[in-house]
Design a protein around this ligand. Sequence first.
Ligand code: SAM
Length: 255
Amino acid sequence: MKTSAQKQFAKNPDRYRDEPLFSAGKDLEFMVNSVSLQGDEVLLDVGSGAGHTAIAFSPFVKHCTGVDITEEMVQTAALFAKEKNAFRVSFLQGDAEKLDFPDASFDIVTCRFAAHHFPDIRRAVAEIARVLKSGGSFILVDHYAPEDKALDQFINQLNQMRDPSHVREYSLAEWNEWFEENGLDYIEKQKWNIPIDFENWIRRGAVPEEKRPDIIAHLTGSSPACRDEFEIVQNDKGEPVSFKLKGILIVGRKR
Ligand code: SAM
């Protein structure tokens, strides 16, 4: 049976390949610069999507393997890597919660804008820690929920309304706990706001027309605290134009 993520991401892998948020996000540069690379590292990218993270790291390491649960994404990434002349990369279909690799087989594991789709995040973090060598680094990028419960609920509900495969964007306290549970030192490297163009975001999510009014009402009827935190902008007709998600880069060094 197909998972909710497979159904969602099989719809339009090319949009994830071409969207500047994924292809040209400054966070790719933050990720590559977040650890010191010697050139002999073996890297695993979990939830590799159209391949942007694996391709960005490939000139600086020995080999990158991308794993993604959606076969259509795996095919898109493999073709895209060829087009970009990225040779030290390969892509496989697989599940973050059941990584098909021996213990301690990677120097680096990356995971960018994918963790909020994993149904059992604790299991995925345990798997990532298992396949990392001692002294290796887990480099995580995702959007996160504020510690305030109302803000957390607002942003998670918004993302679930648009994408049924959105499980939860976690708080930094949650990430800290799971890193600790799995022997990973927790180092927050970078925080930034991720600008989201409303119409683009709706199109990329292939949102059915009938869901639009509820999503708009959720944004436009939000509290002043939500408007302020997520920088919600409306046009002079009151329609949502843009908002911002909260981005984080965390490095987990395996003890
Ligand atoms: N990491 C990509 C990048 O840097 O451009 C973007 C990732 S895309 C937004 C999220 C990806 O997570 C999708 O391709 C989806 O198929 C994948 N995914 C969702 N659940 C997964 C799971 N349990 N295991 C592996 N991949 C998963």
